[in-house]
Design a protein around this ligand. Structure first.
Ligand code: SF4
Length: 250
């Protein structure tokens, strides 16, 4: 006859066991929301915008293009690549592939070789061909003009969408946040977020919408010419008196 084993007296719950209540200190460890950047005082932001206008009044997109479609393709190709390199490739590329149809029905292995110098050429070929097909099939051969629609194209995220809508169509749907805008927004204390989407939201709150397109170009120009990632040329910077970045060089 089998006997039921006696129940062991229940052990006290140890902290850290799955059923144990979370310790108070665990709550305290929850990552806190970054504080609103102190540099977003409207007067300071206005002063930064004035300085950017003074230094880069004619800033514009440095990717050469003749229409919205070429700009879209060049922006896709510019991921992890310089604009100079993309422009070199584009010079022959758009002669060989003059419209969405030519890209959509290209031979993938041939297109891969044509865009190879821009890097990540296999993925970029998929994006370029996918976006071109979608433009033909869903948008009548035209690059769409709304953020919602353009984001449905393969390989197109907010950065690319903002470049195309802003530069090709003059539509301010957001702020382009590339590596330069990300770095400078932090150095100028305009955002304390690190995620580009959150940085864009922060910038959209403090920059007037009519400045969104130009502001992106100006920050990119400043990042390329003066406020370099490694050694910013602070001595040449006209925003030096407004900047308290930790890695300032003066
Ligand atoms: S002072 Fe230096 S770190 Fe600050 S924005 Fe100018 S170049 Fe960049």
């Amino acid at each position: 006859m089998s006997t039921k084993p006696k129940k062991k007296p229940s052990a006290k719950k140890k902290p850290g066991s799955p059923k144990a209540k979370p310790a108070k200190s665990a709550k305290a460890a929850k990552p806190s929301k970054p504080a609103r950047a102190a540099g977003t005082d409207p007067k300071r932001v206005a002063a930064i915008l004035t300085k950017l206008d003074e230094a880069y009044g004619n800033a514009t997109c440095e990717l050469k293009h003749e229409n919205a479609f070429q700009l879209l393709i060049s922006t896709i190709l510019s991921a992890q690549c310089t604009d100079v390199r993309v422009n070199q490739v584009a010079e022959t590329l758009y002669k060989k592939y003059p419209d969405p149809k030519a890209f959509a029905y290209a031979t993938p292995s041939e297109l891969e070789q044509d865009i190879r110098p821009t890097g990540f050429f296999r993925n970029k070929t998929k994006s370029v061909m996918g976006a071109s097909k979608a433009i033909i099939e869903k948008f009548g051969g035209q690059v769409p003009r709304t953020m919602e629609e353009i984001l449905t194209l393969p390989g197109v995220a907010r950065k690319t969408a903002n470049v195309v809508l802003g530069t090709a169509y003059g539509i301010a749907s957001g702020v382009v946040v590339d590596t330069h805008v990300l770095r400078l927004s932090s150095r100028l204390d305009l955002s304390r977020n690190e995620d580009p989407k959150k940085v864009e939201q922060d910038l959209m709150k403090i920059i007037p919408q009519e400045k969104w397109i130009q502001f992106s170009h100006q920050l990119i120009w400043h990042g390329r010419r003066v406020c370099h990632a490694r050694k910013p040329k602070c001595i040449e910077c006209n925003m030096e008196s407004l900047c308290y970045a930790k890695d300032k060089t003066v």
